[in-house]
Design a binder for this molecule. Structure first.
Ligand code: THU
Length: 161
């Protein structure tokens, strides 16, 4: 028997002002994209903005449904939009922000499990890491060098043999 440890490094910034200009702009775009969320049920707005390898940016936001499970998270709306608008173009970075009904948005939130699985699919499809920038409308910002770090031991197409 042996024990192994899994750990990874990520960057923590005190505020959006400490990011590079490009990363700060992408996070501001994600903050703005919270305004286009359709969230009549949860009133929890999530906005995401992708920077593609071709320099284009694509926005996503959560889209809810009266049949609650039909609703789609901002991250998966974004990935489907990118895949449809720019097929074959890898994503370099995605910034994600949110606005709670309470008005609070002062710490990062991270993608749900289904979205992590979808992000990993996109990474393995293009064999290229997708950086994540996670931050609220204020407060600390987390930057992860690749999305698959958030899904340790994830299942991918390679497992299908
Ligand atoms: N939501 C996202 O859009 N992304 C996440 O990573 C977590 C949750 C949405 C789903 C639902 O519309 C609302 O936030 C509340 O769960």
């Amino acid at each position: 028997m042996s024990q192994e440890k899994f750990s990874f490094d990520f960057d923590v910034y005190a505020s959006i002002d400490d990011l590079t200009a490009a990363d700060a702009a992408l996070l501001r775009d994600a903050q703005a994209a919270t305004a286009i969320a359709y969230v009549p049920y949860s009133h929890f707005h999530v906005g995401a903005m992708a920077m593609l390898a071709n320099g284009q940016k694509v926005a996503g936001s959560n889209q809810e449904n009266a049949s609650y499970p039909v609703g789609i998270c901002a991250e998966r709306v974004l990935l489907s939009a990118v895949s449809s608008l720019y097929p074959g173009v890898p994503i370099e970075t995605i910034a994600i922000s949110y606005q709670a009904e309470s008005g609070k948005s002062d710490r990062p939130i991270s993608p749900c499990g289904i979205c992590r699985q979808t992000l990993v699919e996109y990474e393995s499809r293009f064999q290229q890491p997708i950086r994540l920038i996670l931050g609220g409308k204020e407060g600390k910002v987390w930057v992860f060098p690749k999305s698959s770090l958030l899904l340790p031991f994830g299942f991918t197409g390679e497992d299908l043999g």
